[in-house]
Structures are given as structure tokens and as C-alpha cells.
Write a protein that binds this ligand. Sequence first.
Ligand code: NAD
Ligand code: UDP
Length: 354
Amino acid sequence: MSSGTKQHPGVILVTGGGGYVGSHTVVELLNANYAVVAIDNLSNCQVSNGKPESLNRVEKLTGKKVVFYEVDIRNKDELDRIFKMHKISNVIHFAALKSVGESTQIPLSYYENNVGGSNNLFQVMHDNGVKSLVYSSSATVYGIPLALPLTETHPTGQGCTNPYGKTKYFVEEIGKDLCSAYPDWKVVSLRYFNPVGAHPSGIIGEDPSGIPNNLMPYISQVAIGRRDFLRVFGSDYDTKDGTGVRDYIHITDLAIGHLKALEKISSPSFKGFQAFNLGTGRGYSVLEVLKAFEKASGRKVAYKLVDRRPGDIATCYSDANLAKTELNWVAEKDIDEMCRDTWNWQNNNPNGFS
Ligand code: NAD
Ligand code: UDP
């Protein structure tokens, strides 16, 4: 959309705006002429000039200023100050700790940050009359799939095996309770499958701190020479080649899903709580992703087949039809583009944002 397009009314508050999904969503919001205020406590960001480096780069990419405040969502007074300073119409809530493994070691920090922080945020929203929320949820709320593909009607919460997944589930439940208690509250929960890739410009992307837990950043660090080989966790699953199957989704498609959710939630007919899967509806095995990455990068990616990772499931992919019919959203980018854009980002930024 051109910058001459009329600005949307109201301001979108983006929590966790310096992070991977947040920064890519801010790009799409600015490109679509939304006014954005981003907040982040900088706990998982590279910082320069007091701002997440990701957002400095978003400014370069879009040619627009990003209004940013260093704010922790656990601090109600700081949050309140932001709501008093800006005429916020909707909140997109990304801020969270997100490591499954770490959450099993320090569960209280996860509950405090993700559940306590969200509860604070919702209280401050309520006090300031802002009752429209797009929430960053995860397919992890479905636990172990009882049937595939996963539809939004699949039970949630029951098979969540780790504290991180439970925090995502609990916050959804808070959202449902808010909508039951107050008819003017509206919540769209977006259940992401496996977000990967980077902005096609190669200017922003995913920059995990330490050793990556997730497949795609690990593969790309092997390809660039930062790691020796990929450990493929499990080759005896009941899948096409024995390795785990997931529904990978390009980060730009995911980001655009948030704009579609904003449109939905802003329509006068929308009421209450609604969850949507954001996925492609198709699964790729670990070895298929690895081969696609080799093709996209022209690099060989060494790997070793090792034992299964505890807590992993064989197969997980979405039914993406509800988002298609209700949000008018479909994931457009395929696995080759996901790998190409991951590699472009990695190759241009061998050390991420630092
Ligand atoms: P990220 O770590 O890159 O971004 C999260 C941001 O939130 C970080 O910049 C961090 O500094 C900030 N933050 C954390 N706690 C905060 C607090 N108390 N106050 C203010 N800021 C805080 O993670 P991401 O991958 O961009 O994930 C964003 C959201 O998407 C999270 O809610 C995550 O649970 C959800 N999600 C991510 C994935 C994924 O694979 N990336 C999958 C499903 C769901
Ligand atoms: N995986 C792997 N090696 C790694 C990281 C992940 O084989 O170093 C596999 C993992 O077992 C799963 C898939 O890649 O089958 C996706 O894992 P990821 O951690 O990216 O996402 P998850 O679906 O577990 O959230």
C-alpha cells in the first residue's frame, strides 16, 4: 500500500515489538498505514541506541519512524503511562518468554512473565477502555494431536506437556473469561504453527540467542559454518521418512495474518473470543526441510540421525480453512521461499543483529 493511503483510526499497541514475530508484524502494519506504538523490555533483543536493533532496521526498511518504549508488561504503572499517552485502539500481544526447554527449568518465571504479565496488560487495557486484543498463541495449546489436521475445535490444554505451552493456554482462557464477563471485550487468538524465514529484504530476521532450539535457524547456522552438523531428532517416527513432520509458515505470511485479524476484530459484527490457526495446512519432514534448504542455499548441510527429543510428537499440521473463510487469509509462501529468505537473512547477517 502506498504511504499516501489514509491512516487507520486509532493506534496499535504492539507488545514484544522488538522480537522476531513482533518486528515483522510492525513492518506490515506500517506498510498498511497503521499508527504503531511498540513496547518491549529488551530481554530478548539486540539493542542499539536504546532501541531494539530489529526496530531500527524496520525504520530503514519502511522509511517510517517506530514509536518505541522500553516497558515491561509486568509493570502496570509503566503500561498505564503508555495508554494515557496514546489513543490506543487495539493491542497485538507478542511479549512472552518462549523457550520450551527453559520453561521446564524455571516455570515460575514463565508463569510470572507470560501469565502474570498478560493479566496486568489486560487489566490496564480494561481500566483504559481498550478492549480489543490480538493474541500470539501457538499450536502447542493443542498438546498431542488427537486427530490431524488440527482444527480450532480440537481440545486445548489437556496435553500441554511443558510450562511454556500451558502459559499460552492459560492466557487464552483468560481471554475467554474476559469476553464472557464483559460483552464489549473482543479477543482473536492466533495459533501459530512453525514460523520460519525472514523478511525478503534480508534486513530483519530471526536471531536466536545461544544455540538455536528450532530447526530452521539451526540448519541455517550449519549452512553458514557456525555449527558443525544438524542433529535430526528421531528417524523412527511413523512419517514418510521417519523424521518429524511440521507445518512451517513464512514469517511474512504470519505477520499479514495479524493485519487480517485486526480487520476482523474491528468489524462491528465481531464479538467475543475466537481462535484461528495460522499455518499452511501441509507438513514437511525434517529431511525435506533440510533438502529444501540445501537447494535454496547451494550449501551442503551435514546432519546426524540421533535419538528422539523428549516431548516431541511425530506429526503436527493445521487445518487452515477457518482463517481462509473468516479472515480472508491464506499462507502464500512455500517451503522454498521460507528457506531462500532464511538463507538470505543468514548470509547477509552471519551474526544476526549483532
Ligand atoms: P521473541 O523472543 O523474538 O519476541 C518476544 C519479545 O517479547 C522479545 O523481544 C522480548 O524481549 C519481549 N518480552 C518478553 N517478556 C517481556 C515482558 N515481560 N515485557 C515486555 N517485553 C517482553 O519471540 P517471538 O518468536 O517473536 O514470539 C512472539 C510471540 O509469538 C510469543 O508470545 C510466542 O509465544 C509466540 N509464538 C512464537 C512462535 C515461534 O516459533 N517463534 C510459535 C508460536 C507462538
Ligand atoms: N528438530 C531437529 N533438530 C533440531 C531441531 C529440531 O531434528 O536441532 C526437529 C524436531 O524434532 C521437530 C522439527 O525439527 O520434528 C521442528 O522442531 P522445532 O523445534 O523447530 O519446532 P517444534 O515443532 O518442536 O516447536
